[in-house]
Design a protein around this ligand. Structure first.
Ligand SMILES: Cc1cc2nc3c(=O)[nH]c(=O)nc-3n(C[C@H](O)[C@H](O)[C@H](O)COP(=O)(O)OP(=O)(O)OC[C@H]3O[C@@H](n4cnc5c(N)ncnc54)[C@H](O)[C@@H]3O)c2cc1C
Length: 520
């Protein structure tokens, strides 16, 4: 069962582990599924909530990366296309086939992008999602009626995947637990213990709810802390040079009237050479992203004014209904971990998104970079290294075929509850049995009270933010609505978790503080 209390009792029993993973984002969770499904005794600790970091703040694309193809990074695109196909197969309840349109305002755009995308289709091979093709201006205007028509020559359509990032993270956590892994949120790795040969043999982890600390022995240790990897690297060896720098990317969320129809837009080259996407997502549209090196690595990064202005002014060049600051329903910022030495003197958008694994002399396995799309491959690579380093028994990778928790073969993406996949029937039963649970939490979003109860009982939600940001996506879809929902959610959670009125007050305060970073 995916219950925090069960996980804490396993910690108390001082079980020995084969693999200890710090970090519960896409990378750490992928490693946990890989490790547990091979039969290794697996513990994952996440100091905040699962996917609290970059993994809930992505563009929500499962893609090969048309941009990387243009940069000539063929192996990254090939790997990502294969992983895209596997994810479509194994997490069909969360990954949609999304049609993208590249509008061409230059005469050469049509043939140029059609050829490039034919190569993209060929590279996907049997895991392709549908052929790309050139379309006329008239066809394009039918697909996206509110595209600016002046100088439009035609367009190219292609297919990629689109998903819900934090929902997939929760489902990966559940999948790992179903294979006997132990996963705990609000539990931080705070130090390492080494033997006489200076090898790491244990770690101290701290339960941030109770304040209790536990010594955890393991054969191997994986640092999957995203932009925070350097903290663990320094805990291991304080002389170690910095491994990571952070590049920020932001997205604006708008009402769907700004992008009519079901198609997404991809602008391959904006005024400063970036790629911009406008993608329908949960009845809204997300527009992004940017690529800005930042000095401060914060848990709740905030969009910069120039990033917001850049997205608004670029969107205005393509959309007849030009979005203004007051139209933005929510803005979210995420940090890409980039390998530090590679950054010097190079624009961040040109740096490869391939992942990089290093092993320190004391045995700490650290992973940097990568993409959500390739999380499975990254997990496989990590556990292959752990197997060798820790002398773990031979066991083959099974994740290429492994269905992710919630899998259903043919989801109905028109139904708001589709993200629950195979859990939907139990959620519906919970709601049917309690008429109060069918009540909407806010008139502007479709979420109902029963989903809060479900998140606490079945998805390890511990705080109001866990529910409103990552189990439901209210904070990302409409920040003002989420602030209105917070008091009700806090009250319901307090009953479920047996908390007092002080907890409710504190939770609303902390949620409002985080929400302020999503507000314009
Ligand atoms: C703007 C943007 C858009 C993107 N869009 C896409 C996309 O559309 N498709 C795609 O494939 N990829 C995309 N990516 C890339 C993808 O989101 C990232 O590669 C991925 O989410 C990184 O996951 P991670 O697990 O490495 O890091 P994170 O998600 O940041 O996870 C690291 C975790 O470690 C935890 N942690 C830190 N210190 C400790 C400690 N001491 N103990 C325990 N836990 C700790 C943190 O709390 C955090 O939850 C995008 C990235 C950005 C920035």
């Amino acid at each position: 069962m995916f219950k925090r209390e069960d996980a804490i009792s396993r910690l108390k029993k001082a079980e020995p582990w084969d693999v200890l993973i710090a970090g519960g984002g896409a990378t750490g969770l992928g490693a946990a599924v890989e490790s547990a499904s091979r039969g290794y005794r697996t513990l994952l600790v996440e100091r905040s909530d699962f996917a609290k970091g970059t993994s809930s703040r992505s563009t929500k694309l499962v893609h090969g990366g048309v941009r990387y193809l243009a940069q000539g990074d063929i192996s990254l695109v090939l790997d990502a296309l294969e992983e895209r196909g596997l994810l479509m197969k194994n997490a069909a309840h969360l990954v949609k086939n999304q049609v993208f349109v590249i509008p061409n305002y230059e005469w050469w755009g049509g043939p140029f992008y059609t050829i490039g995308l034919k190569v993209y289709d060929m590279m996907a091979g049997r895991l392709g999602m549908g052929p790309s093709e050139h379309i006329s201006k008239e066809e394009l205007m039918e697909l996206i009626p509110n595209l600016i028509e002046t100088d439009l020559k035609g367009g190219v359509i292609y297919h990629d995947g689109q998903f819900d990032d934090s929902r997939l993270a929760i489902n990966l956590a559940q999948t790992a637990v179903e294979h006997n892994a132990c996963l705990i949120n609000y539990c931080e790795l705070i130090s390492f213990i080494k033997n006489d040969e200076d090898m790491i043999i244990a770690a101290i982890v701290k339960d941030k709810e109770s304040g209790d600390e536990y010594e955890v022995r393991s054969k191997t240790f994986i640092n999957a802390c995203g932009v925070f990897v350097d903290h663990l690297v320094k805990l291991d060896d304080k002389e170690s040079p910095q491994k990571v720098v952070a590049s920020q990317g932001i997205h604006l969320v708008l009402d769907k009237s700004f992008l009519q129809g079901k198609h997404a837009i991809m602008i391959p080259k904006t005024s400063d050479g970036r790629v911009l996407f406008a993608v329908p997502w949960h009845d809204k549209v997300i527009v992004g992203t940017t690529d800005t090196l930042v000095n401060m690595i914060l848990e709740d990064p905030k969009a910069l004014d120039e990033e917001i202005d850049f997205i608004l002014s670029t969107a205005k060049l393509y959309l007849t209904k030009a979005p203004r600051r007051e139209d933005v329903l929510s803005v979210f910022a995420g940090l890409r971990p980039l390998a530090a030495p590679e950054v010097e003197g190079r624009p961040t958008k040109e740096i490869s998104r391939n992942h990089k694994i290093t092993i320190s002399l004391s045995g700490l396995i650290t992973i940097i970079g990568g993409k959500w799309t390739t999380y499975r491959q990254m997990g496989e690579d990590l556990i292959d290294k752990a197997k060798l380093l820790g002398g773990l028994p031979q066991s083959e990778c099974k994740t290429k075929e492994l269905k992710i928790h919630g899998y259903v073969p043919e989801p109905d993406f028109e139904d708001h509850f589709y993200v629950y996949g195979s859990d939907k029937k139990d959620l519906m039963k919970l709601i049917d049995d309690n008429p109060d649970y069918a009540l909407k939490l806010d008139p502007e979003l479709h979420y109902v009270a029963g989903q809060v109860i479900w998140a606490v009982r079945n998805e390890m939600a511990r705080t109001v933010e866990d529910v409103l940001a990552r189990r439901l996506r209210a904070l990302f879809l409409n920040v003002k609505a989420s602030v209105r929902m917070a008091p009700k959610v806090a009250q319901m959670m307090a009953i479920e978790l047996d908390r007092d009125s002080k907890w409710i007050e504190q939770e609303i305060k902390s949620f409002n503080k985080v929400a302020s970073t999503y507000m314009l």
